[in-house]
Ligand binder design. Structure first.
Ligand code: DGY
Length: 326
């Protein structure tokens, strides 16, 4: 029987499904250290992970490894050159989280614009003495300009919601999306510089790559409107978090909503003393039904890539399909 590692706790019935095909080493506890991950991966044919760093070193120590299935759409935790060099397939879980993640991006953007977390903290701290005309004045979302950086499937789902808020949508992406999608979303393609200058609410939905490390830093924040908000539901590392702390403190921009951070879960603790930022622990896809769909899809990918189940040999979501051809 083939061996698989499940690196993180997951729905028990998903483990049971994997056990129908494989000998499963399931980690029920805290995330594994890099050494422990590599040690437990070494005898395996496959693995189901959730954001764990899958490095060249870990792959080299696992000579039988055929596939690593990520329970996430982003797979910047995979060392892709090493996967390709070793002929290991990577898979991810696209689409099933689009709407849930777009909902959350919208929630963070609204919370930042309307100062919801900040005013709630004020209320909980017993500081609410009287109604005041100028208490927690925020910026409007309805009728404003939404700037989406990264117009993939989640970016499009986010932009679609803007119609109900009568917003202008501008976007920047590696390449323009199809004209019919632009027409459906009433979205205008602009340069990153123009987007930063014009948008009232900037939302980041692009995948992390070394090329876009710190794509939003001090200069980009300075280019934004002082009334603007920045929401990051993409990945830590796209924003220079230290520069963002400064920009929020200096009111270079009005507010931010962050679900992802550089070095998470060890995020920049300076954010904790900044009132105009809403902070959540990477939960944009966290609804019961979506996390279940992601887990099921990650299991489907693993089972199929290891030649089992109804899609044997044809996993639904390969990220380096060229490996399958070899
Ligand atoms: C994803 O799917 O990439 C989410 O950010 C969860 O990691």
């Amino acid at each position: 029987m083939k061996k698989v590692l499940v690196s993180r706790p997951i729905f028990p019935d998903v483990i049971e499904r994997l056990q129908q095909y494989f000998h499963v080493d399931a980690n029920p506890g805290e995330p594994l250290s890099a050494d422990e991950f590599a040690r437990r991966l070494s005898p395996c044919d496959g693995a189901l992970v959730a954001g764990d760093a899958v490095t060249a070193k870990a792959l080299q120590g696992a000579p039988n490894l055929k596939v690593v299935s990520n329970m996430a759409v982003g797979y910047n935790n995979f060392d892709m050159p090493a996967f390709n060099a070793q002929g290991v397939l990577g898979t991810n879980t696209p689409d099933v989280l689009n709407e849930t993640t777009a909902d959350f991006g919208w929630a963070l953007m609204m919370a930042a614009a309307r100062r919801i977390a900040e005013s709630e903290h004020f209320l909980r701290a017993g500081k609410w003495g009287t109604w005041s005309y100028d208490a927690f004045l925020g910026s409007d979302v309805f009728g404003a300009t939404l700037g989406v950086i990264g117009m993939g499937r989640i970016g499009q789902a986010l932009a679609r919601r803007a119609r109900g808020f009568n917003m202008r949508v501008i976007y920047h992406n590696r390449s323009r999306v199809a004209p019919e999608i632009e027409a459906e979303l009433n979205a205008q393609y602009v340069s990153k510089a123009e987007l930063l200058k014009r948008a009232d609410h900037v939302v980041l939905v692009l995948p992390y790559t070394p090329d876009n490390h710190h794509a939003i830093g001090a200069a980009e924040l300075a280019a934004m409107k002082p009334t603007a908000t920045l929401t990051n539901i993409a990945r830590g590392g796209i924003v220079d978090d230290a520069a963002l702390v400064e920009a929020l403190r200096n009111k270079t921009i009005a507010a931010a909503g962050l679900d992802v951070f550089e070095g998470e879960p060890n995020f920049n603790r300076d954010f904790l003393s900044v009132p105009n930022v809403v902070l959540t622990p990477h939960i944009a896809s966290a609804t019961e039904s979506t996390r279940r769909a992601m887990a099921d899809l990650a299991a489907d990918n693993l089972i199929a890539a290891l030649g089992e189940g109804p899609r044997a040999g044809n996993p639904p979501n390969p990220v380096n399909p060229e490996v399958l051809k070899k």
